[in-house]
Design a protein around this ligand. Structure first.
Ligand code: PLP
Length: 391
């Protein structure tokens, strides 16, 4: 059997060593505290689960769903965008429910990228942007996200001949993994750039509702021209702790939404309807859960920022997302540092290199860790630092 080249071209799994080490520790009966997983530990709010189980019992929801999603869901998404961002969307043409936003993020390249075309992709970044491009036969041009530029891509640095070959520009704010946020000026810049080079913008934005200290992230769609140049991927996963149910949405440019719908209608048969009803409940039901969850994450953020400062890893508290992006001493690679923390402290973090070359020099810690494990992790980091010291 000969597998396709695109399978061979998939990047090697970067965390083999760490995964092996975790398994070895567990086999010895030692436990690890993991800050590596970006998956909310708090359950889906009960009113959403209630609606889901009700809908699961209705035989009307036992049959194939429509590819384009329930009209009620598309309407609920449009209403939510209206009240949250002041953006008007046509629920029939500018909204498309997805089987989790990752699904649409992976498939959109099939709508835009021909063999040999370029996609501009943030580095460090969520790996699906470049893998989706590669599956469509395209190539990725990395846009470095550096601390000096507040982890925003510097579009002036993209050579014009590269920008001309590019069909697609990926952005993601609030950002994973750097936790950076972007304001209206940045989005306006992106829109100008997209118009100048006639390229499509895909904004991946699952963290608009995960924000702290009163900060309110904005949508590309609320900036003039946003809908003309691109689409935005949003998700129920991080807003409502629904990662396990797999539901998200794409909104924005009608041509792009229509193309994505056509790709999807040839590949999948929609989202289980009971889950769509749960999503409608999430958007239309009480929203107190969002503030409650953010208060929990904010408390965890503050505890972690404090202990990291104590052990010589000072960071500015992030305003949004579920992550801390932490610069490590230059004498270590991010993989070495992660291995050191695991060996010496029994604490797991994600090495920045896993998100791209420009992620080197950083580690990512996630706030989706139950409070008691977080306390344990903090205790371990303090003991470790007192005994080992950073060199
Ligand atoms: C979590 C996450 C997603 C995926 O969300 P789903 O809707 O669960 O597929 C997409 N992009 C980024 C940057 C994420 O962190």
């Amino acid at each position: 059997m000969r597998l396709a080249k695109r399978i061979e071209a998939l990047p090697p799994y970067l965390f083999v060593d760490i995964t092996k080490k975790i398994a070895e520790r567990k086999a010895r009966g030692e436990d690890v505290v993991s800050f590596a997983i970006g998956d909310p530990d708090i359950p889906t709010p009960p009113h959403i689960i209630e609606r889901l189980s009700q809908a699961a019992r209705d035989p009307a929801n036992h049959r194939y769903p429509e590819s384009e999603g329930l009209p009620q869901l598309r309407h609920a998404i449009a209403e939510w965008y209206k009240q949250r961002f002041g953006v008007t969307l046509d629920p029939d043409k500018e909204v498309l429910p997805l089987i989790g936003s990752k699904e649409g993020i992976g498939h959109i390249a099939l709508c835009l990228v021909n063999a040999g075309d370029l996609a501009l992709v943030p580095d460090p970044g969520y790996p699906v942007y470049s893998i989706g491009t590669m599956f469509a036969g395209g190539e990725t041009y990395p846009l470095p996200l550096t601390e000096e530029n507040d982890f925003l891509p510097d579009l002036d640095q993209v050579p014009p001949q590269v920008a001309q070959r590019a069909k697609l520009l990926w952005i993601n704010y609030p950002n994973n993994p750097t936790a950076a946020v972007a304001g209206v000026d940045f989005f306006a810049n992106v829109i100008d750039f997209a118009r100048k080079y006639d390229l499509a913008v895909c904004h991946d934005t699952p963290y608009t509702e995960v924000a702290f200290d009163g900060y309110r992230p904005i949508s590309l769609m609320e900036v003039p021209g946003g809908k003309e140049v691109g689409v935005e991927f949003h998700s129920f996963s991080k807003s409502y702790n629904m990662t396990g149910w797999r539901i998200g949405m794409a909104v924005g440019n009608a041509h792009m939404i229509n193309a994505l719908m056509r790709v999807k209608s040839n590949l999948d048969s929609g989202i289980p309807q009971a889950i769509q009803y749960a999503a409608i409940e999430a958007l239309r039901g009480p929203q107190d859960c969002i503030g409650e969850h953010n208060a929990i994450y904010q408390r965890r953020r503050d505890l972690m920022v404090k202990v990291l400062g104590e052990i010589g890893l000072k960071i500015r508290p992030p305003q949004a997302s579920l992550y801390l992006w932490v610069k490590i001493p230059p004498s270590f690679s991010s993989t070495e540092f992660a291995a050191k923390l695991l060996d010496e402290a029994g604490v797991v973090v994600t090495p920045g290199i896993g998100y791209g070359r420009y992620g080197e020099g950083y580690i990512r810690l996630s706030l989706t860790i139950p409070d008691d494990r977080l306390e344990e992790g903090i205790a371990r980091l303090r003991t470790w630092y007192n005994n080992v010291k950073l060199t």
